[in-house]
Design a protein around this ligand. Structure first.
Ligand SMILES: *[C@@H]1O[C@H](CO)[C@@H](O)[C@H](O)[C@H]1NC(C)=O
Ligand SMILES: *[C@@H]1O[C@H](CO)[C@@H](O)[C@H](O)[C@H]1NC(C)=O
Ligand SMILES: *[C@@H]1O[C@H](CO)[C@@H](O)[C@H](O)[C@H]1NC(C)=O
Length: 265
């Protein structure tokens, strides 16, 4: 009778220990946050149950693509994670622990890991070279070019700053925080007909790229017509039948002038 009692107590005790199989850190398995691009094999977290030894652990769904779990519940990086390539920035899945002698034999926990950004993308303009034309008469302040660069990263890693690093002779152009280029001081075709601006973009941590903007200045009839000489001499024979005097009057700057004699002497 005593033996039976001891045996029954022992079975009951075993049942208490072995039963009620559950994860002890299931909440922690859902509140993970790891940065992208961690090396394969990096240890992340250990799934813990109330049982000393578990037959096996499994990880499933999306999580199984990027994370591996071994038979002691250690979860590590299985495949490189590129945050920009993920549809959702959070990787989720299910962790299952199995133990044949426990009750229940199988327990599951949700796995949820937010992937944070690192600055792994260089900003870039869609093209290496742009060309625009503007008249020398265009007012100061007018926008002549508007092309932002793109950066695949998040937050500060894609916070871009623009500058014209070369070619801005005489400081004729200004660039704003979104990469828009405008005229900042009066252009003059007679002074310079073309500018080659190197526009450099930089993200906050310092990765940079550039594009070239060629600005062609178009001439405007902004100068008074001017003869190149004070007087011009032609000669005509007194017996000339055809009254035609040919001489060339070289004019500066304007090809489409009309000429007329105003005072014949
Ligand atoms: C599981 O991985 C951890 C480290 O990531 C290691 O310490 C442990 O021994 C591994 N367990 C098994 C059963 O391989
Ligand atoms: C810089 O931008 C160009 C396109 O304008 C792109 O082809 C190139 O890959 C970028 N550089 C880097 C290091 O990403
Ligand atoms: C533009 O400037 C960057 C530095 O900001 C430089 O690395 C690049 O070579 C320049 N591009 C050209 C075409 O000069």
């Amino acid at each position: 009778m005593l033996y039976l009692h001891i045996a029954l107590s022992f079975i009951l005790f075993l049942h208490l220990v072995e039963g009620n199989f559950y994860f002890t850190n299931s909440l922690g398995l859902q509140q993970l946050s790891e940065r992208e691009e961690l090396p394969v094999g990096t240890f992340i977290v250990q799934a813990l149950t109330n049982q000393l030894a578990v037959d096996s652990f499994e990880i499933s769904l999306d999580a199984a693509t990027y994370f591996a779990i071994n038979n002691t519940g250690h979860i590590s990086i299985k495949q490189r994670i590129d945050r920009e390539a993920l549809i959702s920035r959070t990787i989720t899945g299910t962790i299952t622990a199995k133990k044949s002698t426990a009750s229940p034999n199988t327990v599951t926990a949700t796995f949820r890991c937010v992937i944070t950004d690192i600055n792994d993308n260089v900003p870039s303009f869609p093209k290496r070279l742009y060309e625009v034309s503007t008249s020398e008469a265009t007012s100061v302040g007018v926008l002549i070019f508007s092309q932002s660069a793109v950066d695949g990263d998040a937050t500060l890693n894609s916070n871009l700053q623009y500058s014209i690093v070369s070619g801005n002779d005489g400081g004729k152009f200004a660039i704003d925080g979104t990469g828009k280029v405008s005229i900042s001081s009066k252009l003059d075709y007679e002074q310079q007909i073309e500018y080659t601006l190197n526009i450099t973009v930089r993200d906050q941590p310092g990765l940079s790229n550039w594009t070239i903007l060629v600005v062609n200045i178009a001439d405007q009839d902004d100068l008074p017509a001017k003869f190149t000489a004070f007087n011009y001499l032609g000669s005509v024979a007194e017996d000339a039948t055809l009254v035609s005097i040919k001489t060339s009057l070289n004019m500066i700057s304007n090809p489409s002038l009309k000429y007329q004699f105003s005072n014949l002497v």
